[in-house]
Design a protein around this ligand. Structure first.
Ligand SMILES: [Zn+2]
Ligand SMILES: [Zn+2]
Length: 479
């Protein structure tokens, strides 16, 4: 069951904005990649990357993982050490207090009030988009304790209304009473959001909330019913192995734990539907900021243009951005890849040269070699011109045993760069390429012989001699 609207350019991402003009849906990253200024109209979304018309929100709910896919998270939530310690302390008090007579009864009552306050704080915290339980501080045990009494008042009002309905309306009264039971989660959510008894007990508000959430409200109720039995199951199991005091503690503790799971679940439902419910959250803007920083917007824009079949416009977008001196190294890489795909040989050769130079300067010669290889496929006579680059790539190719590239790069080196002091190295590698890549041992052997005659004192002369000897041995063995 997935009716999430997806980004047209990132099928795994949920869409956040949609353009009415070109009917494209955009994830957060895509939506913020246009260079055009945002419209000043109050509800206008970011400008459409394709046509620049202001986009429209498809609802933040579309990008939130729906609650039924996160059920395990709600069990994890109260197992945060902070919440566990707090519930452990409260459960201990309620377990020990009954031994203290009347004072104990009062203590249990206070603990209940304090815990209900914590449960509501948890609901609100989750509803605002947080993933950790709220901090336990002095406020948590001294402030807003009235919410427990508010909840009692709301329940009493509903219970009273249900009793009246059954007494005076006959069968219709039972239907109404059933609705009041069904509305219990709605009352809790409304009380947490607005903090007022008359709002939380107002059947019109219940209908409003339930219709906003839709059929999934019933799913929420089902989960809550299942969860409400959880504590009893665990308590019964513990009765077989624990003494009475222990069982009492388990009952008190798991009662709180499952209550917190339920409140977290309800809080998340508020978060998921916060737009239609008109509830402000803390998290959306933070998340958006992060997405927007993830990549250079020009890269995203070029991705959209390529998907739309506008490769040339994509290239223009990137080259313009590079001219403005963008620091993102992903930009050049992306540009290079697009040039290869676009098959524009002249432009590819031009950019490859400067890109290879930069990569060599950054000592990323392996990557530079890959760029060279890609370019050569489309531009067979691609020429690096700069001897330093040629040498750097020959060495990289030698390390990778890419013998065909070594030979390609070494071709005509001596004639093109007469007197270059890297000539012995270049030709020694070319000889190895001939021997190992093409099996031309004799030719390799003769090149090395010439090198040794011409450069007897070269730093790698010894290495060349060893190689030469090995080649000769090989030839002798063959003949
Ligand atoms: Zn996207
Ligand atoms: Zn558009």
């Amino acid at each position: 069951m997935d009716d999430t609207l997806r980004c047209d350019y990132h099928p795994r991402e949920a869409a956040r904005w949609q353009c009415a003009d070109c009917a494209r849906a955009y994830c957060r990253t895509c939506a913020y990649c246009s260079e055009k200024p945002h419209s000043s109209a109050p509800d206008a979304g970011p400008p459409c990357p394709l046509c620049s018309a202001p986009t429209e929100s498809v609802g933040h709910a579309n990008t939130i993982v729906p609650f039924w896919q996160r059920i395990p998270d709600f069990f994890r939530y109260p197992s945060h050490p902070r919440a566990l310690a707090y519930m452990g302390a409260l459960a201990l008090i309620t377990t020990l207090a009954p031994r203290m007579g009347l004072l104990g009864v009062l203590l249990v009552f206070i603990v209940m009030v304090v815990f209900v306050r914590y449960a509501y704080a948890t609901l609100e915290h989750t509803a605002r988009g947080h993933i950790e339980p709220p901090p336990v501080d002095m406020d948590m045990v001294t402030q807003r304790l009235g919410v427990a009494f508010q909840q009692i008042a709301v329940f009493f009002l509903l219970w009273f209304a249900a009793a009246l309905a059954i007494a005076f309306l006959g069968p219709l009264g039972f239907v109404l009473a059933f609705f009041f039971v069904l509305a219990l989660p709605a009352t809790v959510m409304l009380l947490a959001m607005e903090g007022r008894v008359l709002v939380a007990a107002n059947p019109l508000r219940h209908v409003g909330l339930i219709s906003s959430v839709g059929w999934l409200y019933l799913a929420l109720c089902l989960f809550l019913v299942l969860l409400s039995g959880g504590s009893a199951v665990i308590t019964n199991l513990s009765a077989a192995v624990l003494p009475m005091g222990g069982v009492m503690f388990v009952a008190n503790f798991t009662g709180m734990y499952f209550t917190l799971v339920m409140f977290t679940l309800m809080g998340y439902v508020v978060y998921q539907y916060h737009e239609v419910l008109g509830f402000d959250v803390d998290q959306e803007n933070e998340a958006e900021g992060e997405d927007m920083r993830a990549a250079d917007p020009a890269i995203t824009r070029s991705h959209i243009l390529v998907c739309e079949g506008q490769a040339k416009a994509a290239l223009d977008t990137l080259s313009e951005r590079m001219r403005s001196g963008s620091p993102d190294p992903g930009l050049r890489e992306r540009f290079q890849r697009l040039l290869v795909l676009a098959g524009d040989g002249t432009r590819l050769a031009g950019h490859s040269k400067s890109y290879i130079r930069r990569l060599v300067e950054e000592q990323k010669t392996g990557k530079a070699l890959a760029v060279y290889r890609d370019c050569l496929r489309q531009v067979p006579d691609f020429d690096l011109e700069d001897s330093r680059l040629v040498v750097a790539l020959i060495q990289a190719a030698g390390r990778e045993r890419a013998w065909d590239l070594v030979l390609n790069l070494a071709r005509g080196f001596r004639e093109r760069y007469p007197g270059n002091k890297r000539i012995p190295e270049v030709y020694f590698l070319a000889a190895q390429a001939l021997s190992e890549g093409q099996g031309k041992d004799e030719r390799a052997s003769s090149i090395i012989r010439q090198l040794l005659e011409k450069y007897p004192g070269h730093v790698r002369a010894e290495e060349m001699q060893r190689y030469q000897a090995a080649l000769e041995k090989l030839q002798a063995a063959r003949s």
